[in-house]
Design a protein around this ligand. Structure first.
Ligand SMILES: NC(=O)c1ccc[n+]([C@@H]2O[C@H](COP(=O)([O-])OP(=O)(O)OC[C@H]3O[C@@H](n4cnc5c(N)ncnc54)[C@H](OP(=O)(O)O)[C@@H]3O)[C@@H](O)[C@H]2O)c1
Length: 306
């Protein structure tokens, strides 16, 4: 049966691919965009209804709620996909840039989910947040972006618990590197931050800026993936995970998607966090107790998914 699903940030990248993926499977997609040209490009696509939707603009969000309500389709699914990227030393982010990335990546999903809550409750529907592996791992230069994705993890878990009694499920999809416009869109602000870096960060910032002067080296698919030979995946793997979160009888809370190299990076970071948590005077499990706990959790999962 056709379901109505709102995808925010559908102009490019993951959101654009997802809107078509869902529409091709005969669902009705409300596709949130900000620019006239993107609205026009999506108009006329079968099963896609473009909507002007900036997730920081309460007026546009209210208009979108009124519009969808008036269509009489209800809203079964909301995919909070709209997001900003951006790299740079933490000290180089301006107050406005810092607030903006949180406004879009964290307050955006909260604001849009709240606005559509009545429709989602009535449909006993699903919310899917597009997080990132940066919600579990972080490193130098990725500070504010990964801070927002860590926040989205907490938001997802809390919201899922609050909505569970009302049969609305909330999931988070955590992609690694995906082919999209996120790098290009974040480039001007990133360059500006690198240019205004002060000592002791200026030297590294200048080296990064200089590296932009030579043409980028394309990924070598025959060499193993590494920090310097990243191999971004197709947005298809995100769409497949979102589809499961929207329609499976037993949706998962978290969907990590990406390459083996990226998966290893996340697992290793989480193992470090686990061992940090275990390194406490108040409680400390032995190696065998930790292994036994892991076995118990694996068994509980197998039982729950049977
Ligand atoms: N690509 C990756 O490697 C990757 C990895 C992990 C997670 N993600 C996440 O995936 C999501 C989609 O990103 P993407 O990679 O597909 O990047 P993208 O191609 O840059 O797409 C971002 C989308 O968000 C929209 N957007 C930005 N600010 C907005 C606002 N205030 N209101 C509404 N829409 C807004 C953009 O619209 P405009 O065209 O109007 O700017 C665009 O449609 C993001 O949440 C991102 O953090 C991406």
């Amino acid at each position: 049966m056709q379901k109505a699903i709102l995808v925010t940030g559908a102009s490019t990248g993951i959101g654009h691919h997802l809107a078509h993926y869902l529409a091709e499977r005969d669902h009705l997609v409300y596709a949130g965009v900000r620019k006239e040209a993107d609205f026009a490009a999506l108009s006329g696509s079968k099963n896609i209804v473009p909507l002007k939707l900036d997730v920081t603009d309460l007026g546009q969000i209210e208009t979108a709620v009124t519009h969808i309500t008036a269509q009489g389709t209800g809203l079964y699914g909301l995919v909070n996909n709209a997001g900003l990227g951006g790299l740079g030393h933490l000290t180089t982010w301006s107050e406005a840039e810092f607030q903006q990335i949180f406004d879009v990546n964290v307050a955006g999903p909260w604001r849009v989910s709240n606005a559509f809550m009545d429709l989602l409750l009535a449909a006993q529907g699903r919310i899917v947040n597009i997080g990132s592996q940066g919600g579990s791992v972080t490193k130098a230069l990725f500070g504010p972006y990964t801070m927002t994705k860590h926040a989205l993890e907490a938001y997802t878990v809390a919201l899922n618990e609050e909505l569970r009694p009302f049969q609305v499920h909330v999931s988070i999809v955590q992609p690694g590197g995906i082919v999209s416009n996120i790098g290009v869109n974040g480039l001007p602000n990133m360059m500006a931050r690198l240019r205004r870096a002060q000592p002791p960060f200026a030297e590294q910032a200048q080296q990064i800026l200089a590296s932009f002067e030579s043409p980028p080296t394309p990924p070598d698919p025959d060499a193993p993936e590494s920090e310097t030979n990243r191999q971004p995946s197709s947005p298809e793997i995100v769409a497949t995970a979102v589809y499961h979160a929207l329609f499976a009888d037993k949706p998962k809370l978290r969907y990590m998607v990406g390459t083996q190299w990226e998966g290893d990076r996340v697992i290793n970071a989480l193992l470090d966090k686990l061992l940090d948590a275990n390194d406490s005077p108040a409680h400390r499990y032995s190696r065998d107790e930790l292994v036994s706990l892991l076995d118990q959790h694996l068994a509980a999962r197998t039982h729950a998914s049977a």
